[in-house]
Design a protein around this ligand. Sequence first.
Ligand code: PAF
Length: 292
Amino acid sequence: MKIIRSPQAMTAWSENLRRQGVTIGFVPTMGALHDGHRELIRAARLRCDALVVSIFVNPTQFGPQEDLAKYPRPISRDRALCRKEGVDVCFEPTAEAMYPNGFQTMVTLPIIARRWEGEIRPHHFSGVATVVTKLFGIVCPQVALFGQKDFQQSALVQQLVKDLNLGVEIVVCPTVRETDGLAMSSRNVYLSQEDRKRAVTLYKSLRAGAEVIRRGVTDGKAVQSAMAYVLKKEPAMTIDYLALCNPSTLEPLCDVTSRVVLLGAVRLGSVRLIDNLLVILPWGLPNRARRL
Ligand code: PAF
């Protein structure tokens, strides 16, 4: 496996392969790789001839009070995982190479990025959109893979690619969970032992929402109450948002439709957890629309 640190060398590597007709798959990450990343890498392997993983803790997507300095950076372990999974290149640029003196341009956000994470972390998505646009320009992949765990981020990247004609196919892979259901995340390492046990309550709450929908409840407020009821049993958690949304626009829904996404974000001590469940009723809405 090659380790490339300079953006110019990365582009040269990709351009050379693309001239030979090789398909390049790309998994952008901030490192601290876990089984969720491993699944993205494996899914990319199946689709592409050559595989690039970027490891870059992107400073522009962290707010001033956030965890940029203490974000986990286990680089040797990350490289070992990439090597084992047959990654061809680990692209590890420095912050100076990505944002040299004089850097000025940031991507303006689409509507889909305004609510939810966008509201709570005001600088976050503009940093994500900018770095993803830069990484696509540097790595020149035909296909890039993202995890459903960051549902709003995936939606943003799809909009970005469409609006800016970036010419990259975006594949969104299912969330990988721990055995108790907690969504895998690099930030789970911050959880104390006690909070780790509590953390699964977010998933349980989303499951409760999905369950009432499947039982025929169509009132959005009733679905939200079912989710909140579960979360409130865990007083250590505070809710940032719990929402029932249209999965394409991320606008909140008053009534359940045949496709909804349940979004949740909570705080547990100093750790923020986000998760989501996509609920698709393939037979359409149940006949008996019940209200709780
Ligand atoms: O999801 C992440 O790890 C990051 O937001 C990404 C897409 C690598 C951009 O820095």
